[in-house]
Design a protein around this ligand. Structure first.
Ligand SMILES: [Zn+2]
Length: 319
């Protein structure tokens, strides 16, 4: 049976827009940008309640409220906050911790005084500081799962004595380690931002913003590249940020960039279910888990795009 003239005319009418689009090319309809490949990421925030110097006009509570509002706006399901209990010593700091919990986000331990395990006088002294940090957390996490430790400076112990001693104590006391796989070095800008804001040095702040956001972009590219090289896949990530004035200022743009890069927010427990996290615990030293794993398994990262470069050291600005 041959098609009727009407059927042929109908087929041409159906195909015509497609043909025109093919001939006219992108001028008619620009092809949609390919969506970035989605990746899971847990958000963690260190040095609660008071990371670094305060810029004028900000309080510990205002910084925390800004974080809470932005996390909500971007669908961050959980932001695990790690507390230095010794700093919860004034009403503003305590109000900030309460606001964190009121927003439904959990708290964990970051030791009382931010004591680096490798700088402690002994393993016992470090454990005592860790335990002194517990009340500020437990008083706000009753009935909740709070037993996570974030090691100060990400140092997990540089000797077998410290590393394995800490690991055994943490395990015996029901603690899990809160690892890190990606960060943007926001901490390096915190005090400089407070100084520059106090001086009204807008040029220095603009320089810091441009450099920092370029670093965020570079870090997100490197994150994928390192993960593919070390694991052959993009593992669920754990992001480290700090609860300071700089982070509060930059968080809108940082979260926009994470969203654009394909971020899908998950809990810390969900991210760390990936075996990459448990695997990294056996090795001494610090850093994020991907770098630590590369170092200990002989994976060469030197050909990958650079990490966070700081052509201008923010620590020297606005002195
Ligand atoms: Zn810290």
């Amino acid at each position: 049976m041959t098609p009727s003239r009407r059927q042929i005319a109908g087929k041409i009418a159906t195909a015509l827009p497609l043909l025109l689009a093919l001939v006219a090319g992108p001028a008619l309809a620009a092809p949609p940008k390919p969506l970035p490949e989605r990746f899971d990421v847990a958000v963690t925030v260190d040095d609660l309640p008071d990371h670094g110097a305060l810029p004028p006009g900000m309080t510990r509570l205002s910084i925390t409220r800004d974080h809470m509002a932005l996390f909500k706006a971007h669908g961050v399901v959980e932001a695990f906050g790690f507390v230095n209990g010794a700093n919860a010593d004034d009403p503003d700091s305590n109000a900030a911790l309460d606001a964190w919990r009121a927003a439904g986000h959990p708290l964990g331990n970051h030791t009382a005084t931010h004591l680096n395990i490798d700088r402690a006088a002994s393993l016992e002294a470090w454990i005592a500081d860790l335990q002194a940090g517990e009340p500020a957390v437990t008083s706000r996490m009753q009935g909740q799962d709070w037993r996570y430790l974030r090691f100060p400076n990400l140092s997990t112990g540089a000797t077998r004595e410290r590393h394995d001693g800490a690991a055994a104590w943490l395990k015996a006391h029901g603690y899990r380690i809160a690892h890190v796989s990606v960060s943007f070095d926001d901490w390096a800008y915190t005090d400089a931002y407070a100084r520059c804001a106090a001086k009204g040095d807008t040029a220095a702040i603009k320089l810091m913003e441009d450099q920092y956001l370029k670093g965020v972009d570079d870090a997100l590219v490197r994150m994928r590249a390192v993960s593919l090289k070390v694991y052959g896949r993009v593992i669920p990530q754990v992001l480290l940020t700090h609860v300071g004035g700089w982070s509060a200022r930059m968080l809108p743009q940082v979260l926009d960039r994470l969203d654009a890069a394909g971020a899908h927010y998950v809990t810390l427990a969900a991210a760390q279910k990936d075996p990459a996290y448990a695997q990294a615990e056996q090795w001494l030293g610090g850093d994020g888990i991907m770098e630590r794993t590369a170092r200990n398994t002989g994976v060469d990262l030197s050909a990958l795009p650079p990490a966070l470069s700081k052509p201008v050291d923010p620590q020297g600005l606005c002195r």
